[in-house]
Design a protein around this ligand. Sequence first.
Ligand code: IPE
Ligand code: IPE
Ligand code: MG
Length: 249
Amino acid sequence: MQRKMQEQELLKLIDRKKIPGHVAIIMDGNGRWARERGLPRSAGHKQGVESVRAIVRCSSQLEINVLTLFAFSTENWKRPPWEVNYLMNLPEQYLTSELPELVKNNVRVHFVGDPGRLPQQVCKAIGKGLEATRENTGMILNFALNYGSRAEITQAARKITQDVLAGKINSEFSESQFSAYLYTGRLRIPDPDLLIRTSGEYRISNFLLWQLAYSELWFTEVYWPDFNRMHLLQAIFDYQQRTRRFGSS
Ligand code: IPE
Ligand code: IPE
Ligand code: MG
């Protein structure tokens, strides 16, 4: 009840004309959420999916243009096989249950990352999501899976080098020409306006290093499975109080 009231209050304070166009989230703290409850880490990941459902719904209602969710990093392969397997089942689970609603809400599913090492079943699920929502024109729900920023920049450098050697692009290429070779550039996704990281970790963990150059950063101690609409509204409200200068005086 109290939460609902706080939500209503925050909603009134938020300027609907200044909603961040692109919100990126490092969804962290599932394991610690579970440990604090004496549960296996998988229980934290399961509950984390519920937060994804709620935050996607809320973001699309707020008319955020792009929501990028960091779901699995190129470094997360270091985890035990059972946990990697568990995490790899989640995109399919989420999309299977949520796809009809995403379609109905005009949400368009996207993907950034290296599909190379992803199990076939994950690629299939994502492919199905992409296909089913291809014509949608509302919020882009962008899953970062097997995503690593250094890998992304390295593949961009490799591709642009090939194109320079093939004479397709001048070797004096610009920043914006280079950024078109990033995963986000190929999808024409603008840079994040707001980055949220949960769980009290104050680092970027190889996420969107290039694209975050001028993003506003918002950190919370809250673990991802506890992150709800109110936290998102609070982050957006705080974002709206900031002055973005992009280097100007
Ligand atoms: C986020 O929670 C999920 C992924 C990184 C895939 P963690 O699993 O990292 O949870 P903590 O950080 O160990 O609490
Ligand atoms: C970042 O969280 C990756 C995702 C949220 C998918 P991690 O838990 O992997 O990051 P570190 O290891 O704490 O930096
Ligand atoms: Mg973590």
